[in-house]
Design a protein. Structure first.
Length: 129
């Protein structure tokens, strides 16, 4: 088995595409429109299936916001330097909600940002070599 994608419902598809491509550095991989059922999809990621999991952004026409609920936690993205990633994200207009630093009770460096729809994204510092 392999994780293929995670779907997030978004209130403005272009705003979310811009955030994940311009702020988070992902690539726009594919878009589709379904007029009959009134929704649009955009797939973004750092690579394509099957080598990389993707993020499916789903816009249901006419729905501008969603309640987060209590079950959703966050997406996690590995970064080589969480401190630098926070600066780049902030400079690109992203919202850093927890500055980079060691996780409570541990040494792993993490940070949190929030996307335009309020979804939390955790940045986890990892060695890529």
């Amino acid at each position: 088995m392999r994780l293929l994608h995670t779907m997030l419902r978004v209130g403005n598809l272009q705003r979310s595409i811009d955030f994940y491509t311009q702020v988070m550095g992902m690539k726009l991989l594919k878009t589709t429109e379904n007029p009959e059922y009134k929704y649009s999809l955009a797939f973004v990621g750092y690579g394509s299936n099957p080598d990389h999991a993707e993020l499916e952004l789903t816009y249901n026409w006419g729905v501008e916001s969603y309640e987060m609920g209590t079950a959703y936690g966050h997406l996690a993205i590995a970064v080589p330097d969480a401190y630098e990633a926070c600066e780049k994200i902030r400079h690109a207009g992203g919202k850093v909600t927890r500055e980079a630093g060691p996780v409570k009770g541990g040494t792993t460096v993490i940070a949190f940002i929030t996307d335009p729809d309020g979804y939390k994204v955790e940045l986890i510092q990892r060695n890529f070599s």
